[in-house]
Design a protein around this ligand. Structure first.
Ligand code: 5CA
Ligand code: ZN
Length: 412
């Protein structure tokens, strides 16, 4: 699939700080330790509706990871998928008498536009599930061949399932107990009651064709892939095993990232799938998680159409910590618009207080598990001082402009 267009990132003077991030698998904030090229996979959208502020918050968090790594001199090999075939997409197309292919293409195009407007650095590879079916089939065939997968005991629909105990490590990524796993598996696309499975928590790898459903011919028989194997195959085939970061919202901790990891580790006989599992909190609206299925959505494209500066959307979402579940409110946006105006006014001055400390504090806070509230406060302090006409450094406004651009992705 075509990715979106890139934006220039200014290089900053001074000393970058290596990035530490919270890792779900260990429950700790640990240093990331990428080589010359940092390797990141972030789960992409299921394109049946427009990008809402929850999606945006998640992609913006990983955009900060990308920016901090680049500041540290790493190349970033960033891969993102698009789940352009899955149950929710088919259901929405059916509901609206739409063609699922056209629906997916339309929403993916809008997503690219939203990401471009938000100045999110694009993935190097933006990969659809449909275009990846041959490579996904290859991985499933390997899992079947080595006994990590099996056919459901159902002569009519012998779907392929993953034996969740194939690696002997199942559960290490989420750390959830059996009860939580059972509940989340059922809630988030799993099929615990499906007849013919060996264990209720075994996950679907290949769904044999049903009448009226899209399917692809393959050595597994006609059918379509399950969800977790999609990300597992797309990630490992581009980044290799043991890549630096697997990311997404916290609703993907289980089952999605647990199984993606288990599938890949079972095929390779190696551990781990990713060295960090990083999860963004959920953005809510009116007391509930913002979600397409609930319909309580604020779309990025709607705000853009209303003339909201995408920089203000960034600031509104960065006002809270990425790992916290937090609500979207009108007040949050108004405060962000005020802050953006203040910062712009401050950097538009010909001189200001010395700004080397601002760049250093931005780096300190962002490298500490993306502490954006403190990073914003550091810029606030400089802007307040500049607007009080303190400082006479002619370099300062330009340095703040570059630091906010490079590290927060906001053009002042
Ligand atoms: N296609 C799959 C991942 S492979 C999927 O989850 N798609 S999605 O469109 O439902 O979500 C896209 C990304 O946005 C995921 O990382 C998801 O965790 C995140 N996300 C969804 N809702 C919210 C929310 N309310 N707040 C924060 N992030 C969210
Ligand atoms: Zn995924």
């Amino acid at each position: 699939m075509q990715t979106w267009s890139s934006v220039d990132v200014p290089r900053l003077p001074g000393t970058p700080r290596p990035l530490r991030l919270h890792d779900t698998a260990t429950g700790q904030v640990r240093p990331t330790a990428p080589g010359a090229t940092a390797r990141m996979y972030v789960c992409g959208i299921t394109p049946y509706d427009a990008t809402h502020l929850g999606h945006a918050a998640t992609y913006l968090a990983f955009d900060l990871v990308n920016r901090v790594w680049r500041d540290n001199g790493h190349e970033v090999h960033y891969v993102q998928n698009v789940t352009d075939i899955d149950e929710p997409l088919l259901e929405r197309a059916e509901r609206d008498s739409d063609d699922w292919v056209v629906l997916g293409m339309r929403e993916t195009a809008l997503f690219r536009e939203d990401m471009t407007a938000l100045r999110v650095l694009p993935p190097r590879q933006f990969v659809g599930a449909v275009e990846s079916i041959p490579e996904i089939v290859e991985v499933i065939a390997k899992l079947l061949a080595d006994g990590s997968a099996y056919r459901a005991d159902d002569p009519e629909f012998p779907d392929v399932y993953f034996d969740r105990n194939a690696t002997g490590r199942f559960g290490y990524e989420s750390g959830y107990d059996a009860e939580t796993m059972g509940k989340l598996f059922a809630e988030r696309g799993g099929d615990p009651d499906r007849r013919g499975k060996r264990d209720p928590l075994d996950a679907l790898l290949w769904r044999v064709a049903r009448e009226g459903e899209p399917s692809w011919d393959s050595e597994l028989g006609a059918g379509r892939p399950g969800w977790h194997i999609e990300c597992s195959a797309i990630a490992v085939n581009r980044l290799g095993l043991g890549f630096d970061l697997q990311g997404g919202g916290s609703d993907l901790i289980f089952p999605h990232h647990e199984y993606s990891a288990a599938h890949a580790e079972a095929v390779a006989g190696e551990h781990p799938f990713a060295r960090h599992y990083v999860h963004a909190g959920m953005i809510g609206l009116d007391g509930e998680k913002m979600s397409k299925s609930r319909g309580n959505l604020v779309f990025v494209s709607r705000l853009r159409a209303d003339g909201v500066d995408p920089g203000a959307i960034r600031l509104a979402l960065f006002a809270g910590h990425y790992r916290e579940n937090r609500p979207w409110t009108g007040a949050l946006l108004t405060e962000a618009q005020d802050r953006l105006a203040r910062w712009r006014e401050a950097v538009d001055r010909p001189v200001g207080p010395d700004a080397t400390g601002v760049a250093a504090r931005l780096r300190d806070h962002l490298s500490d598990d993306l502490d954006t509230p403190k990073a914003l406060a550091a810029v606030d302090a400089w802007a307040t001082s500049a607007l009080r006409r303190e400082g006479t450094d002619p370099e300062a406004p330009g340095l703040v402009r570059d630091a906010v651009d490079a590290l927060l992705g906001i053009r002042l």
